[in-house]
Design a binder for this molecule. Structure first.
Ligand code: DGT
Ligand code: CA
Ligand code: CA
Length: 588
């Protein structure tokens, strides 16, 4: 059977066709016909298959008899023969050059012919070689504009880390909200949903004078470059981050916020539900026929289709719409339910803040407890603690405790202990038994087989002193793939052993990610949300972990550091009889 073909697949073929025809210098009308058709299809709410079944393809704007025939062919066979013939062996990477601002078909064709440019990398190479300067029509100005476009294209291709973008976007938002002309402003898009990486920042505003407000926004000092400013939209750069600002009418603010928060899949599903109610949802509001029923507030959109507001973090079409319809949305953990930090480093290992500074910040955050979990000795680069330095740390921690008396967070002696390749821990049992909290983690030998890796983790979980498995997949977003192991087995072992799995909030990790965390929580596992802070300021990373936990549908109950000190203490002590046994054995 042929895989189902979606609207976007067909839009993509048409877009490709328009680009290929324009490269070949073909009739502009044909080029535009394909371009328009691609756009109409992308704006379409309904499935093309359904429109075709209803015999209504030609009612779509820009679709005539010829294109309707091609759509039907694609739906039937998965291909459009004429388009495949026309596009032949022209590589997609060449057509991608159309997305670089300032590059039109003529220039692309020329670059391809004279310089064998087939990819963006080729273009970059040609620009660097200086060869273009010798070409007619390539003045210094054009070349430098091209270089700039290429840079912003590259930036726009790279997804950025949530934790690195969100604080800047919030700062910009704060400035925007202070502008006299701006009445409302909110973040939308993937950033509002808390996705681990961000393509661009989407921002919505309302104003009585949108064009002026957008110009003022463009002039804020955070904005490093203006790509375009129009009456209702501005495209700006904030460093390497692209920011899309849209101005909408006050009565459409809620509908627009809903629309531009996405995800696309969530919105498509929601609109299908609305259609069953005879309603139409778009970025302007909710309509029955031409009558507007609401859209000033985001709640309106959901209420009118019979649902409570769905938290943005859930809007990925992973069952949230069905749950909302049944009134069964989960109660998600909130940042203010976090009572303490269980993964933080100090200058004793690779942290940049002293223990005293870490404690002061934790106190300012109103934490009830803070575990200082410096590395174990095999982390040489991270200055893991050997026996001597560990004793020094213990003495200093004791002094800090005494000096502070009962004020501020309880200080827990912790360690982030390496899980060695064979699953043994990087401290002898006698030392492990000294710690209030042991988090065990994989920091090397990432290339073991799935079986070895599973055994390695299971062995660590089985150790009576281990409380938490830190960043269980050891991935670094965009840099290191997650390690491979039998996730279900590890989760089930951790659950049985009362060992928590971590959601590490560090922007580079977010590990467990949303999907794995959800599956772990579903299986009944305990979780911890941590900052993995390497400085006092980084204690703030914890919030990114909370966002992932929310995206994982998780409530406070299964997260150990939402627990009171009493409950946490009991949990850490659950294994104390066995811990005591280990201590005794080690003592000999
Ligand atoms: P990103 O920027 O790649 O991290 O992801 P988003 O989700 O922020 O996507 P973006 O910036 O392209 O668009 C923001 C939201 O606007 C998106 O989540 C849903 C909505 N949206 C944008 N374009 C379309 C569209 O063609 N159809 C529909 N239904 N929604 C769209
Ligand atoms: Ca976006
Ligand atoms: Ca966008």
């Amino acid at each position: 059977m042929q895989a189902p073909i979606h609207n976007e697949d067909i839009a993509h073929i048409f877009e490709k066709m328009s680009r290929v025809l324009s490269l070949k210098g073909q009739n502009l009308f044909r080029v535009l016909a394909y371009e328009n058709a691609a756009r109409s299809i992308r704006e379409l709410d309904e499935d093309l298959a359904k429109v075709a079944a209803d015999g209504k393809l030609e009612e779509i704007s820009g679709i005539g008899k010829d294109l309707a025939g091609k759509i039907e062919e694609a739906l039937r066979t998965g291909h459009i023969r004429e388009c495949e013939r026309e596009c032949g062996r022209i590589p997609d990477s060449l057509l991608a050059l159309f997305d670089v601002r300032g590059l039109g078909p003529k220039t692309i064709a020329l670059l391809h012919k004279k310089f064998r440019v087939n990819t963006v990398e080729d273009l970059s190479r040609v620009l660097d070689s200086g060869a273009l300067a010798r070409m007619r029509g390539f003045g210094e100005k054009k070349i430098s504009a091209l270089r700039e476009s290429l840079e912003s294209w590259t930036a726009s291709q790279e997804r950025m880390l949530l934790g690195l973008v969100l604080p800047h976007a919030e700062e910009l938002m704060g400035k925007i909200r202070k502008l006299r002309l701006v009445t409302r402003a909110e973040l939308a898009g993937s950033l509002r949903r808390g996705r681990e990486t961000i393509g661009d920042v989407d921002l919505l505003v309302t104003s009585k004078e949108s064009p002026r407000a957008l110009r003022e926004i463009s002039r804020l000092p955070e904005v490093t470059r203006i790509l375009a400013v129009g009456p209702t939209r501005a495209t700006l750069m904030m460093g390497t981050v692209q920011v899309d600002v849209r101005a909408v009418a006050p009565e459409s603010f809620g509908a627009a916020l809903q629309y531009f928060t996405g995800s696309k899949k969530h919105n498509t599903h929601l609109r299908a539900i609305a259609r069953q109610h005879g309603l139409k949802i778009n970025e302007y509001g909710v309509f029955r026929g031409i009558r507007r029923l609401g859209g000033t507030e985001e709640e309106d959109v959901y209420r009118l289709v019979g649902m409570p507001l769905i938290p943005p973090e859930l809007r990925e079409d992973r069952g949230e719409i069905e749950s909302a319809l049944k009134g069964e949305l989960p109660k998600l953990v909130q940042l203010n339910e976090i009572r303490g930090e269980l993964h933080a480093h100090s200058t004793y290992s690779d942290g940049h803040s002293s223990m005293a500074d870490m404690v002061a910040r934790a106190e300012a955050m109103n934490y009830e407890y803070l575990a200082l979990t410096d590395h174990s000795p095999s982390q040489r680069i991270a200055r893991g603690l050997d026996r001597t330095r560990l004793h020094k740390k213990i003495r200093e921690l004791e002094k800090l405790r005494q000096a502070r008396g009962n004020s501020g967070p309880r200080l827990l002696l912790g360690a982030e202990v390496d899980i060695l390749p064979d699953g043994k821990l990087d401290y002898p049992d006698g030392i492990l038994a000294l710690f209030d909290v042991v988090i065990a983690a994989i920091h090397g030998n990432f290339n073991q087989t799935r079986k070895e890796m599973t055994e390695r983790l299971l062995r660590a979980i089985d150790h009576p002193c281990v409380n938490i498995i830190a960043h269980p997949t050891a991935r670094l977003i965009g840099k290191r793939e997650p390690i491979e192991f039998d996730f279900d087995r590890v989760v089930s072992a951790a659950t049985k052993a009362n060992v928590a799995l971590e959601i590490d909030g560090s922007p580079w990790r977010l590990d467990l990610n949303d999907i794995l965390a959800r599956s772990a929580a579903d299986a009944g596992a305990l979780l911890s949300i941590t900052a993995d802070a390497h400085s006092a300021a980084q204690l703030g990373y914890l919030r990114f972990g909370v966002l992932q936990a929310r995206r994982a549908w998780i409530g406070a109950a299964s997260i150990v550091n939402t627990w009171s000190w009493k409950q946490l203490h009991e949990w850490l002590g659950i294994r104390s009889p066995r811990k005591a046994a280990v201590e005794m054995k080690a003592a000999g």
